[in-house]
Design a protein around this ligand. Structure first.
Ligand code: NDP
Length: 315
């Protein structure tokens, strides 16, 4: 454990649109924020190719480029962006108290305010062979891994916007894509459903679930089950993409920060305030409703303003 303890006004944990927007506002307010990016620098958007719905990009943009732009903008105003993982926290529950944070199990930081923007991570089904074959044909990110399945047959599990987006992305690379939707309809937006339905080499199987992933060291097929008829069928595929939603990254704060039953941080009223004074939450970590880059950015801005006002009120 390192002996030097760094004291700062504002610590931002996580580097998605919420974290970087908080950083832009906090640095412009002279809070001299330090950001720890987490292991996936730039967050979930770095696993997306096209971003067509962020205001200000008439021709769309690329997720990784957009996050690089946000990082540069935050650094332009003085944010200290550091690659590292917060591994434990000891939060003070008193007004004006100092929060203690450990980074990479060695560096100690004392922060007057903390903005939690740790986002959410992809969920898996939990099947034994699905878990065993992660990296051997099972993936939760088509834009990261799709390239490896060029010209092959794959399946996508899920019926939301993520699944629809991943399936249409994969259809451009793969020979054939099958999408397994557990209900008799998709949850995805009408626009995304239209895209799915008009993609030639993409077939949708409704009322169908993944029963098992087949293969010794790599995937060579799946067994699917029709949940109405109970009929099971084996399909030859080399790739299995799981796209069934996300889980908030809040394990660090369990038992200290108030959360709902699914682990999303509860913020007070229209603010980003958590139950702990001086600790604020922004982005997907506190939003299971909208989960968009632009809404995450909006709450990042709010968190920085809330932190600034909290510090001003203490003076
Ligand atoms: P969602 O929660 O919207 O959808 C999850 C999908 O997975 C649903 O079809 C759900 O089925 C299915 N599912 C969940 N659990 C299982 C399971 N155990 N077995 C089989 N299927 C399962 O998550 P998404 O990640 O798709 O989207 C999250 C948010 O992000 C949404 O608000 C979405 O609109 C947004 N988004 C927007 C994009 C864009 O605008 N470009 C792109 C991607 C996401 P069921 O419907 O039966 O619950």
């Amino acid at each position: 454990m390192s002996e030097t303890i760094e004291r700062i006004e504002c610590l931002i944990i996580g580097s998605g649109p919420a974290g970087y927007t908080a950083a832009i506002y906090a640095s412009r307010a002279d809070l001299k924020p330090v950001m720890y990016t987490g292991m996936q620098m730039g967050g979930q958007l770095t696993t997306t190719t096209e971003v067509d719905n962020f205001p200000g990009y008439p021709n769309g943009t690329d997720g990784t480029m957009m996050m690089e732009d946000l990082k540069n903008q935050a650094e332009r105003f003085g944010t200290d962006v550091r690659f590292g993982l917060v591994t434990s926290v000891e939060l003070s529950e008193t007004e004006g108290g100092i929060h203690k944070v450990t980074v990479d199990e060695s560096k100690l930081i004392e922060a007057e305010t903390i903005i939690i923007s740790t986002g959410a991570s992809a969920k898996y089904l939990g099947l034994e062979n699905e878990q065993r074959l992660i990296g051997g044909g099972v993936s939760a990110c088509a834009t990261c891994d799709g390239f490896f399945y060029k010209g092959q047959d794959v399946i996508v599990v899920g019926g939301g916007d993520t699944a629809a987006e991943e399936a249409t992305y994969l259809a451009k690379l793969c020979k054939n894509v099958k999408m397994l939707v557990r209900r008799d309809e998709m949850r995805a937006s009408k626009a995304m459903q239209h895209r799915v339905n008009t993609t030639e080499n993409l077939e949708v199987f409704y009322n169908t679930e993944l029963d098992d992933v087949l293969g010794d060291t790599v995937v060579d097929g799946v067994r699917v089950v029709n949940n109405v008829s109970g009929e099971k069928t084996e399909i030859e595929v080399t790739g299995v993409f799981i796209a069934i939603g996300h889980k908030p990254n809040t394990d660090l704060f369990k038992g200290v920060i108030d959360m709902d039953e699914t682990g999303y941080i509860i913020t007070k009223g229209k603010s980003t305030k958590t139950n702990v004074p001086g600790v604020f939450a922004a982005g997907d970590v506190q939003d299971k409703e909208y989960r968009q880059a632009v809404t995450a950015a909006g709450t990042g801005c709010m968190a920085a303003l809330d932190a600034e006002r909290y510090l001003a009120a203490l003076e």
